[in-house]
Design a protein around this ligand. Structure first.
Ligand code: PMP
Length: 291
């Protein structure tokens, strides 16, 4: 059975869910989005995702034609219409249809789309064995250009890095920032553990401030694990005791090899496994009820 898609105020069957070829989301990548997950009938940290969506929109001068509470309702109603308790949800707001020029003033009405479905980012066995990743030549966008904190529809930076990983035959790429410090992966934030300290790049490293990232930092702090948001050179990845990625689609996944260096003993580490268990507990309670 096909999905029911939210499109500009209505729920329509997926084969009828179409947007204009003049939409500037399509023509120019002009828009913002969120990837959100629901677990056990709760939309995990939905308010945080909505806040980030509206901040992204504000950063590109895009006025979303719904209040935050209305948007929360759109997300929950899309799950209800599709009888979902567990889902991967894609909320998109583009500049809307305009003319062939890029001036956003020619786009009178933003396009709002919400899809509740599922996603598989990496093959299941890699969640047990760990990912092999490489650092790639493509650098993360500079914050003074399209700031990586904006979750915009322009993902070419990430896609180019993914292509480099594909060419190298590995499932994920680590992007460095302009200074050569570790930024993030193509759709995930990155963490390491060294001597019992959990480390991850700060937002000003040029990253998307992940909702999952922030949840993992809080879980670590609750366990009394010291957390440091610090610039990480590649050396720190190579010599880490543990490494893992976080993201809504990826959830938590271990990394066991970086640029051919085996991380720790080549197996998911104890702090990762503890945080994974805590995360699975967290998603049962931390979220907005769909039903
Ligand atoms: N970085 C990038 C570039 C991403 O696309 C994502 C996925 N949204 C993340 C990090 C992880 O963010 P979150 O935990 O909010 O999904």
């Amino acid at each position: 059975m096909g999905l029911l898609i939210y499109l500009n105020g209505s729920f329509v069957p997926e084969e009828e869910a179409k947007v204009s070829v003049f939409d500037h989301g399509f023509l120019y990548g002009d828009g913002v989005f969120e990837g959100i997950r629901a677990y056990h009938g709760k939309v995990f940290r939905l308010r945080e995702h909505i806040d980030r969506l509206y901040d992204s929109a504000k950063a590109i001068n895009l006025e979303i034609p719904l209040t935050k509470d209305e948007m929360i309702e759109v997300v929950c109603e899309t799950c209800r219409r599709n009888n979902l308790t567990d889902a991967y949800i894609r909320l998109v707001v583009s500049r809307g249809a305009g003319d062939l020029g890029l001036d956003p003033r020619k786009c009178p009405r933003p396009t709002v789309v919400n899809i509740a479905s599922s996603i598989t980012l990496y093959p299941e066995e890699l969640y047990q064995t760990g990912l092999t990743v490489i650092t790639v030549p493509t650098r993360r966008n500079i914050p003074e250009g399209v700031n990586p904190r904006i979750k915009s529809l322009n993902y070419l930076n990430n896609i180019m890095a993914k292509i480099e990983a594909n060419i190298a035959g590995v499932p994920e790429a680590v992007l460095l920032n302009q200074e050569g410090f570790v930024a993030e992966c193509t759709g995930d934030n990155i963490f390491i553990v060294k001597n019992g300290v959990l480390k991850t790049p700060p937002p000003y490293a040029g990253i998307l401030e992940g909702v999952t990232r922030n949840a993992v930092i809080e879980l670590a702090q609750k366990r009394g694990i010291p957390v440091a948001e610090v610039m990480l050179p590649r050396y720190d990845l190579f010599t880490a005791d543990e490494c893992f990625l976080t993201g809504t689609a990826a959830e938590l996944i271990p990394v066991t090899k970086v640029d051919d260096r085996v991380i720790g003993n080549g197996k998911p580490g104890p702090i990762f496994l503890q945080l994974l268990e805590d995360f699975h507990e967290l998603v049962k309670v931390d979220g907005i009820d769909i039903y």
